[in-house]
Design a protein around this ligand. Structure first.
Ligand SMILES: Nc1ccn([C@@H]2O[C@H](COP(=O)(O)OP(=O)(O)OP(=O)(O)O)[C@@H](O)[C@H]2O)c(=O)n1
Ligand SMILES: C[C@](O)(CO)[C@H](O)COP(=O)(O)O
Length: 388
């Protein structure tokens, strides 16, 4: 990871020293965990994603300097960790003070904006370099905005001239340092200080996921965002089944009845295609196999067709939190001549599983038991998705 490699020209100061009063959890906000990772650690993902080497400085409450340093070592993230001050502005100043001399462009970022995409950092750096002055990410204001005083409405403010301001805020280093050296008041963001020092600041597009985690509702929003972006974990399985021919039995293969064809022997209807599919699905999910879940001891399964096994298998998977991706299955047999009914079989089995199923068929050039016409076999693969 290219954080803090030799001679970085970009410095990133992540401020994480706030107390989180409005969140009200009794711990500094940056150390509150969301789905097992702290807000601070999550906020660093955007920096970790940058292609260019950066000098990373993280500003935390003084008692958190040592544990944060340990956390970063464990995560393989190189950074300077320093203690913050009593206001955001003081914390930024303390971070700026330890940036290496090679840094020309500085980005200041709130750890509380834990889900800011890397692209926003890149937009800000590009704009600072192109313009030679500061740049901040903003979003348009979508509500009507009105002045209020003692709960009484005043004038409506023209929202087309307003923007909601986010971080990272980027500046040529010399302009930001001058602004902090000359700061007279405690202002709420870095752009305000730089403008007070006489420098222009332009805007780039912000991002809705850059919202600042401030109040308890924002934690719920963070959970929702993570759930929406969760990547399901794919798992594959394989299943095989074989039955001998029984000329007295009706033939059921791939959920279809094949009149006039010799049938397959078995406790159920001997449908090798359906049984191989069930084993592939159950194997993919790690939930056992057909024999152990739907054994011959169950009288309801005597003579049962594909529908019974597939619907039950799907229910077992769904109850365990799995979703079926797709199934591919091949029948290996001299008979029946399958291709004319492939589309019918795919549609029937796919409907039962609620997922695409593709059935193909082949012979073995006279080799082995399928080639001799003693029986039929089928082999299936399945893809299932576990909840992330
Ligand atoms: N003395 C401070 C105050 C704030 N911050 C940081 O500045 C960012 C924006 O501040 P805010 O969201 O207001 O955080 P808190 O000050 O922690 O929140 P609160 O006002 O609810 O206590 C946060 O990443 C916060 O950690 C900081 O580094 N040092
Ligand atoms: C810097 C900032 O995140 C830009 O919106 C914001 O000003 C921080 O304000 P806070 O008062 O520290 O929450």
């Amino acid at each position: 990871m290219p954080v803090n490699e030799a001679a970085p020209r970009v410095g990133v100061v992540v401020v994480a020293a706030g107390s989180g009063t409005r969140l009200g959890l009794g711990v500094p906000k940056a150390f509150v965990e969301i789905a097992g990772r702290s807000i601070l650690d999550r906020s660093l993902d955007a920096v970790r994603g940058l292609g260019e080497p950066v000098a990373l400085v993280i500003v935390v409450p003084s008692e958190a300097v040592a544990p944060t340093t340990e956390m970063l070592v464990a995560a393989g993230t190189r950074a300077e960790v320093v203690a913050g001050g009593t206001t955001r502005q003081r914390s930024v100043a303390l971070g700026l003070a330890v940036l290496p001399d090679t840094v020309e462009t500085v980005l200041v970022h709130d750890a509380a904006r834990a889900f800011t995409p890397t692209a926003v950092f890149e937009r800000v750096v590009a704009e600072v370099r192109a313009s030679g002055h500061g740049a901040i990410p903003v979003l348009p204001v979508t509500d009507t905005v009105r002045r209020v005083s003692e709960r009484m409405c005043g004038e409506t403010v023209d929202r087309s001239t307003l923007a909601a301001v986010q971080t990272p805020q980027g500046f040529p280093r010399a302009q930001l340092q001058q602004a902090y050296d000359e700061a007279a008041d405690d202002l709420t963001d870095d752009a305000a200080l730089v403008m007070a020092a006489g420098h222009p600041v332009s805007t780039v597009d912000g991002d809705a996921s850059s919202f600042k985690i401030t109040a308890p509702d924002d934690l719920r929003r963070a959970d929702d965002l993570l759930r929406r972006n969760a990547v399901p974990v794919p798992r594959t399985g394989v299943g095989i089944d074989a039955h001998s021919f029984d000329p007295e039995a009706p033939l059921w293969v791939a959920g279809l009845h094949w009149p006039g064809e010799p049938g397959l022997a078995g406790h159920s209807d001997g449908d090798v295609v359906a049984h191989a599919i069930c084993d592939a699905l159950l194997g993919a999910a790690g939930l056992g196999d057909l024999g152990s879940l739907f054994g011959t001891a169950d009288p309801a399964l005597e003579g049962a067709h594909a529908e019974v096994f597939l619907v039950r298998t799907r229910a077992v998977l769904e109850a365990a939190g799995f979703r079926i991706g797709n199934v591919s299955v091949q029948l290996v047999a001299n008979r029946p001549r399958f291709s004319a009914r492939k589309a019918e079989a795919d549609a029937l089995l796919g409907g039962l599983l609620g997922a695409p199923v593709s059935v193909t068929a082949t012979t073995t050039d006279g080799l082995g038991f399928p080639g001799r016409g003693d029986g039929a076999t089928a082999i299936a693969t399945a893809l299932v998705f576990a909840a992330a």
